[in-house]
Design a protein. Structure first.
Length: 154
């Protein structure tokens, strides 16, 4: 007789291509989240602002990128260790998150072209399961439509 642990183990071996959960029937897949240009642009903005004024920045202060504050995928930078979110204050359970961010040391290094990061993070259920073996710098992450020097200077 197969145990739940056996079923979980077999299921996890199949998530890279996608599989149906043997317990609930839900389809699940390992998601290989790329480091996108909107994420890079928002990080560069945050680092530039943080270096001018060392404080936490509310997501509502961020510029609109692709029609959303921070580009929408901004919070995914946590997976690469490039940003951190301030904890919610006290017993504030009405909010899921604080909405305040600042770059980490690695985020600052990456924004200044002194650090490479994996091109994609592999996520399952919002948990890191691995990384691409290919690395990128901030200029490559920004893509051809953004001028790195112009972004850092503005």
């Amino acid at each position: 007789m197969e145990t739940i642990e056996d079923a979980k183990e077999k299921f996890m071996l199949r998530i890279e291509d996608g599989a149906e959960c043997p317990c609930c029937g839900q389809y699940a897949k390992l998601y290989k989240r790329p480091f996108g240009s909107a994420m890079a642009r928002a990080l560069v903005w945050l680092v530039r602002e943080y270096e001018r004024n060392d404080r936490w920045y509310n997501i509502h202060e961020f510029p609109l990128i692709q029609g959303r504050r921070g580009g929408g995928d901004f919070a995914k930078l946590v997976h690469w260790g490039l940003i951190q979110e301030r904890e919610t204050e006290g017993d504030d359970t009405a909010r899921r998150t604080s909405g305040f961010w600042r770059p980490t040391g690695s985020g600052i290094q990456f924004a200044h072209r002194r650090l490479l990061v994996p091109k994609r993070v592999h996520l399952y259920n919002n948990q890191i399961r691995g990384w691409d073996s290919e690395y990128i710098d901030v200029s490559e992450a920004l893509g051809k439509k953004f001028d790195y020097a112009e972004l850092m200077a503005s």
